[in-house]
Design a protein around this ligand. Structure first.
Ligand code: IPM
Ligand code: MN
Length: 353
């Protein structure tokens, strides 16, 4: 029994009585393998959850053409979080699942920040990319003219709203402010994208002027690609638009231990609905069902989810467990065994924290 007075909270002494309601989409391919390990590790932390499983993704689409019914979306609005493995299957036309499920969810739930950490302690890499997640070329502006004729035209515009850009930059400022280095880099292509780039640059300069302790920088996206490869240690927090962020974060994964380690959070920072957590990698049909996918990215995404749900001790414990020698051992096997890595991380997570 706790003798803590009503309304008071003493860290670590008060029993947690919040049960988090989480929607699970294991999805396709290795999504199933890695989500199982993520759930195993969450269970090992002792954090209480109520899981609701949804059968969605490429395979489901191929079966009955279901993508993301509005009724499901409405159910999701009442959840605390969403946890995804990976969606996408061979035979599904491009865009069906991407636009119909992932982007629809990002737009409808206003998941306007895509937060992607990259950490490789042995190489002193420790950075976050804050990717704008609802606008830019992803917004869906454009179309065809005279499609199928020799004169056909396709446009795909980049949509950048002052509000959308500003809220994303503000999130990045708050994140940078909370970190020891307090450094924030804007990545764009202002020398060519003189409309969108100008809006981003002006918004950036105005918002960062409210954060006097931040040191700031600007890199063109092509130069940032060189720095990511040659000197990623220079970065702390990066903020960038949707498409640049998509490309840069695959590169970030590649230079900081591989895409199998890259976690991601699609956040609704205003908490008007659930946020969504998933590894950056795809469903990798070529290795699906073989039990050889690295579940680290999915497990670290689960840690980001717990952190966002207020379970910061459990989240930190997972992060620490991933750095343990036992886990390094499991990852150094000639062929990674998905369940062995999950077991090692679950074993290294030791409540109470
Ligand atoms: C990602 C993915 C998605 C994106 C696709 C699958 C829609 O590549 O999360 O990075 O482009 O955002
Ligand atoms: Mn991507």
């Amino acid at each position: 029994m706790s003798n803590v007075q009503d309304g008071e909270r003493v860290q670590g002494t008060e029993p947690k009585n919040t049960r988090h309601k989480i929607g699970i989409v294991a999805g396709d391919g290795i999504g199933n393998d890695v989500v199982a390990e993520g759930l195993k590790v969450i269970a090992a932390t002792g954090v209480e959850t109520e899981l609701v499983h949804y059968d969605l993704g490429g395979e489901r689409y191929l079966r009955d053409e279901t993508i993301l019914p509005d009724s499901v979306l409405e159910e999701w609005r009442a959840l605390d979080a969403l946890y995804f493995g990976a969606v996408g299957a061979p035979g599904v036309p491009p865009g069906v699942i991407e636009r119909g499920l992932l982007l629809k969810m990002r737009f409808e739930l206003d998941l306007y920040v895509n937060l992607r950490p990259f950490r490789l302690p042995e190489q002193n890499i420790d950075m976050f990319v804050v990717r704008e997640n609802t606008e830019g070329t992803y917004a869906g502006e454009g179309g065809f003219l005279r499609k199928g004729t020799p004169y056909e035209v396709a446009t795909q515009g980049s949509v950048n709203t002052r509000k959308g850009v500003e809220r994303c930059i503000r999130f990045a400022c708050e994140l940078a402010q909370s970190r020891p280095a307090r450094h924030l880099t804007l990545v764009h292509k202002t020398n060519v994208l003189t409309f969108a780039g100008d809006l981003w640059e002006r918004s950036f300069n105005e918002v960062v002027s409210e954060y006097s302790e931040l040191e700031t920088a600007y890199n063109h996206v092509d130069a940032a690609c060189i720095y990511f490869v040659e000197n990623p240690q220079r970065y702390d927090v990066i903020v960038t638009d949707n498409l640049f962020g998509d490309i840069l974060t695959d590169l970030g994964g590649a230079v900081s231990g591989g895409i199998g380690k890259a976690a991601s959070a699609n956040l609704n920072p205003d908490r008007t609905g659930p946020s969504m957590f998933e590894p950056v990698h795809g469903s990798a049909p070529d290795i699906a069902g073989q039990g050889i996918a690295d579940p680290t990215a999915a497990i670290l995404s689960a840690a980001m989810m717990l952190d966002f749900l207020g379970e910061s001790e459990a989240a930190a414990a997972i992060q620490l467990a991933c750095d343990s020698p036992e886990v390094a051992n499991a990852l150094n096997a000639t062929t990674i065994e998905t369940t062995a890595v999950g077991d090692a991380i679950a074993e290294a997570v030791k409540p109470p924290f």
